[in-house]
Design a protein around this ligand. Structure first.
Ligand code: PMP
Length: 380
């Protein structure tokens, strides 16, 4: 069927409350941001440790700019920096793997890994709430794709059993901390299945890097991003030497894209060193997470998740955008997330280690005020 023209499609997006617009800020994305010339408490970033403005991170980026200039100006197969290799060595050590490879985005990393490791005639088993970049990587690979129920090991096992002999090569892929739900995949249970079935196990650690230890024996492919807790840009894969050698020579999103910029490489390296050294950052984050989640629950919000991402599911595109707007009027910056990013519309609240108790209290007060104004009794 022919696609309707763009004007018609735009109209449909507006009618369904799925039209996207920017909310442009004019400051760093810290625990407070400047938006429309006013200050807002930021509850919508992935900057979980607030490292984007850490003096050591900024100074590392400045030094790299001075030494190497701005862009990498070619694929890393043509222009490779000692700085890239330093970061890869440090990531491999952090992930307790033999080797690592850095890509120019997390999205490109998932596309590159999955489309290189499996192909036509292979099978991918993918959690139903996996990130879009995993889904797109699966589609690009041309392998057969089976989606298993979210975090449901029994369903995964049934599917592994059903296709035990049909495919020679199988890969199971899952987010660790899920990006829109804040819950965690049953990694140990999936690893247990390896005793009965043969498959490659790949995790996407984008939201768990620095927050939980996912270095479990038996995970074959560790994917992660530099763009969230590490407050930079880019993605990485860690695994055994053969895997990394293979990806360097086959994964198209690595080979045919310009290498990570020097400043981004250096800032990721500095941030990684900080999260390894300053254990208190993680503790501060987890303390803030339980303060806000418990506070919301006490107010009657039925919020899910376990970690720094707190989903408040409402399921109505219009209402979620109204909620976002009313919180904005209270000085709180939270984002309503709608399909196709998620299946059911929600507010995705994310907590930072740098939020103060006063900021979290003000946020709770605002959530309560908006809930009353909207006439909602129990939300979520
Ligand atoms: N995986 C997950 C689970 C993500 O949430 C994201 C980004 N939202 C990515 C991969 C892509 O990472 P990046 O933004 O660095 O491209």
């Amino acid at each position: 069927m022919k696609k309707p023209d763009i004007i018609q499609q735009l109209g449909e997006l507006r009618n369904k409350n799925l039209f996207r617009e920017f909310r442009t800020i004019s400051s760093s994305c810290s625990n407070v941001v400047k938006f429309k010339d006013k200050e807002y408490i930021m509850l919508a970033s992935n900057n979980y440790f607030g490292l984007n403005t850490h003096p050591e991170v900024i100074s590392a980026a400045k030094d790299a700019l001075e030494k190497y200039g701005t862009g990498n100006v070619a694929s890393r197969l043509i222009v490779n920096l000692d700085l890239h290799e330093k970061l890869e060595r440090e990531i491999a050590k952090y992930k307790k793997c033999q080797s690592a490879l850095v890509y120019s985005s997390g999205y490109a990393t998932n596309l590159g890994i999955i489309s290189s490791v499996v192909g036509k005639g292979d099978l991918i088993l993918s959690d139903e709430l996996n990130h879009a970049s995993i889904i797109d990587g699966c589609r690009l690979s041309k392998a057969d794709i089976i989606v298993y129920k979210h975090c449901n090991v029994n369903d995964l096992e049934n599917k592994l059993y059903e296709f035990k002999t049909k495919y020679k090569k199988k890969i199971v892929v899952t987010d660790t901390i899920f990006s829109m739900d804040g819950d965690i995949a049953p990694l140990k249970d999936i690893l247990n299945l390896k005793k009965k079935y043969s498959f490659t196990f790949m995790i996407d650690d984008a939201h768990a890097t620095g927050i939980i230890d996912t270095n479990l024996k038996g995970i074959d492919i560790h994917m992660g991003t530099l763009s969230k807790a590490l407050a930079s840009q880019g993605g990485f894969v860690a695994g055994n030497k053969e895997l990394i050698d293979f990806l360097r020579s086959t994964s198209r999103s690595f080979m045919f894209s310009t290498g990570l910029s020097p400043a981004n490489t250096a800032s990721a390296l500095a941030a990684l060193r900080i999260i390894k050294k300053e254990k208190s950052l993680r503790l501060r984050l987890l303390r803030n997470v339980s303060y806000l989640r418990n506070g919301l629950r006490k107010l009657g919000f039925n919020v899910g998740g376990e970690f720094q991402i707190i989903p408040l599911i409402i399921g109505d595109n219009k209402k979620i955008m109204q909620f976002q707007k009313m919180l904005e009027n209270e000085g709180i910056f939270v984002t309503g997330i709608r399909p196709p990013t998620v299946q059911t519309a929600r507010l995705r609240i994310s907590v930072m280690a740098t939020h103060t108790k006063e900021q979290l209290d003000k946020a709770l007060e605002s959530f309560e005020k908006v809930r009353r104004k909207l006439g909602l009794i129990c939300v979520g």
